[in-house]
Ligand binder design. Structure first.
Ligand code: ADP
Ligand code: MG
Length: 241
C-alpha cells in the first residue's frame, strides 16, 4: 500500500472535520474523493500532505509514518499536491516556476538541468508553448495546469489534486481530464477531489465518498454512485441548499 490512513480524526476547535477515516490507497490507483461541501475532503488532503496534523490516528506513506513530519519531508517521501487557489511566482516565467519546484524538490538539480526538466513537465500538461509566459499572462485554466506541472516536477509517488478543475469551461475540463490521464499513465498515483461527479466518474478507477467527515462509500465508481446512501447524501444537501 502506498497510503495507509488508520482511524484518522481531525478537529478544528469543536468541529470534527474528519471522524475516524480508515483508507488504503495502492500504487497506480486514480481515486476520486468526493462528498458534499464541508465533508472533509480538503482536510484529508491537508493531512496527507502534512499541511495539518491529525488530532488522532496514523497516516503512512510508502510504509513511513508521516505523523510529525513537516510538509517538505513528506514531499520528499513522494507526496505532492495542488492547491484550490494557485499561487505561482508572478515575476517568473512558467518554465522557471516549474524549475524552482525541481530545484527545491527531492532530487535538486542545477538551474540549466532544472529548466530542461521543467519544459518536459510543461509538455505533459500541454503548456509547452507558454514556457516563456508569466502567470499574469495566462488564464485560470492554464494557471491550474501550471500548478499540476509544479506538482509533478518533483516526481511524486502520489499526487493530490484538490478541485484542480474548478471554474473551467467544458472544453477546458476535457483538456484537464486528458492531462490528468497522462499524468496517471506516467505512473503517478492520483487522488482527485472534484465536485463535478460526471468528470470524476469517467476518470477514477475507484471512488471514495466522504460525508460529515466519515467514509460513506468506497469502491468502483459505478457501484458507489448508485449507492442509495450516496444519492441521499447529495440530494439531502441539495434539498437544504
Ligand atoms: P470540503 O473540502 O469537503 O468542502 P473541508 O475539509 O474544507 O471540507 O471542511 C470540513 C469541515 O471542517 C467543515 O465543517 C469546515 O468548516 C471545517 N474546517 C475546515 N478547515 C477549517 C479550519 N482551518 N478552521 C476551522 N474549521 C475548518
Ligand atoms: Mg475543499
Amino acid at each position: 500500500m502506498l497510503v495507509e490512513c488508520r482511524d484518522v480524526t481531525r478537529y478544528f476547535g469543536g468541529v470534527r472535520a474528519l471522524a475516524g477515516v480508515t483508507l488504503d490507497i495502492g500504487a497506480g490507483e486514480l481515486v476520486g474523493l468526493v462528498g458534499p461541501n464541508g465533508s472533509g475532503k480538503t482536510t484529508l488532503v491537508n493531512l496527507l500532505s502534512g499541511a495539518l496534523r491529525p488530532t488522532s490516528g496514523t497516516i503512512r506513506v510508502a510504509g513511513r509514518d508521516i505523523g510529525g513530519l513537516p510538509p517538505h519531508r513528506i514531499a520528499h517521501i513522494g507526496v505532492s499536491r495542488t492547491h484550490q487557489i494557485p499561487r505561482p511566482f508572478e515575476s517568473m516565467t512558467l518554465r522557471d516556476n516549474v524549475a524552482m519546484a525541481i530545484m527545491f524538490g527531492r532530487s535538486p538539480r542545477p538551474l540549466a538541468a532544472a529548466r530542461q526538466e521543467a519544459e518536459r513537465c510543461l509538455d505533459v500538461v500541454s503548456l509547452g508553448h507558454l514556457a516563456d509566459a508569466r502567470p499574469a499572462q495566462v488564464n485560470l485554466h492554464e494557471r491550474q495546469l501550471l500548478e499540476m506541472a509544479r506538482a509533478i516536477a518533483t516526481r511524486p509517488k502520489v499526487l493530490l489534486l484538490d478541485e484542480a478543475l474548478a471554474g473551467l469551461n467544458p472544453a477546458e475540463i476535457d483538456q484537464a481530464v486528458a492531462v490528468v490521464r497522462r499524468i496517471h499513465a506516467s505512473g503517478i498515483t492520483i487522488v482527485i477531489v472534484e465536485h463535478l461527479l460526471r468528470v470524476v466518474n469517467q476518470l477514477a478507477t475507484r471512488m471514495v465518498v466522504l460525508n460529515q467527515g466519515a467514509c460513506l462509500a468506497d469502491g468502483d465508481p459505478r457501484t458507489v454512485m448508485s449507492d442509495p446512501d450516496v444519492i441521499r447524501a447529495y440530494l439531502g444537501r441539495h434539498a437544504h441548499a
